[in-house]
Design a protein around this ligand. Structure first.
Ligand code: GUN
Length: 281
């Protein structure tokens, strides 16, 4: 039976550590502040934004909520971001994605100061990650690294296969695993002989957005399997990109969905907010 990597327990540990740091900063006169911008009322985004606000409350981070109407223009949003960039009392800026269709998302993300880009989406931060410089790292892949470290799973010298090449997860994930001295292979929709490659993995990280795609025949006995996906099935239950029931008996360690990678994303966002204070000094 595989070790179940418990993202809820680990993310709570991280949040409790951050709570102490935030209290120290507050005593020194700095109130860590995150501005969260949501445009429109996509129900999934509202849930994510609500969870981010709750995490801020738990840790003691001040959150400024910008709930903007669907009709907000590109220019109006750019002006709000420019104002937040200038404000010394705002440490982090987060624009919840996806934005409504009439927005140029790339221009919006570029407008956020790289020093306040707690999502780690700005090209300057992406570039910093790729050449090993300090900067913000995308929260979900950073959360995966933290899960592995805190579970005592060695990455150095290991065969790591990342399934998926998105800008938010797959690409930064591969960079982070390289930074940990793993041997990294990135697979995607055009990869040939996929199962042959995933079966080589000591650590298999799955972020392809297809429910229960990875079955037992993709996994080497004893491998660590990290599932980044989250989907609501026809039965209304949540599931990941990995067929948990099939893979768990052969894996060495595995993350469940829900309760695996999900809670780590928000914990790492909070970590980035606290670190933003240092970065801005
Ligand atoms: N939408 C889905 N995930 C994310 C995320 O991590 N950050 C932002 N800003 N929007 C998202």
């Amino acid at each position: 039976m595989a070790i179940r990597i418990d993202g809820k327990v680990i993310s709570t540990q991280i949040k409790d550590e951050l709570k102490e740091k935030v209290a120290v900063l507050k005593a020194e006169g700095t109130e860590v502040t995150l501005a969260v911008i949501q445009v429109g009322n996509d129900p999934a985004s509202s849930v994510y934004v609500g969870n981010k606000k709750k995490a801020c409350e738990y840790i003691g981070v001040r959150s400024l909520a910008y709930e903007l109407p669907e009709e907000t223009t590109q220019q109006e949003l750019l002006e709000i971001i420019a104002d937040l960039n200038k404000r010394e009392d705002v440490n982090g800026i987060l624009v919840q994605l996806p934005l409504p269709k009439h927005f140029n998302e790339e221009e919006i993300l570029l407008a956020i100061s790289p020093l306040k880009d707690v999502d780690g989406f700005h090209p300057e931060n992406v570039g910093n990650l790729s050449i090993g410089r300090k900067g913000f790292v995308s929260c979900t892949p950073a959360g995966v690294i933290e899960l592995l470290k805190r579970t005592g799973i060695e990455m150095e010298g290991k065969e790591c296969v990342v399934l998926g090449r998105s800008n938010i997860v797959g690409k930064p994930m591969s960079m982070l695993m390289l930074r940990e001295n793993a041997t990294v292979t990135v697979c995607h929709s055009r990869t040939k002989n996929l199962k042959e490659i995933t079966k080589r993995a000591d650590i298999l990280i799955v972020a392809i957005g297809k429910p229960r795609f990875v079955t037992a025949d993709y996994v080497k006995e004893g491998a660590t399997v990290i599932d980044v996906g989250i989907h609501r099935g026809a039965d209304n239950k949540l599931c990941g990109d990995v067929d948990f029931a099939e893979v768990e008996p052969i894996a060495g360690a595995i993350t469940p969905v829900p309760g695996g990678v999900g809670p780590m994303t928000i914990a790492m966002l909070m970590k980035n907010c606290v670190e933003s204070v240092e970065l801005q000094k």
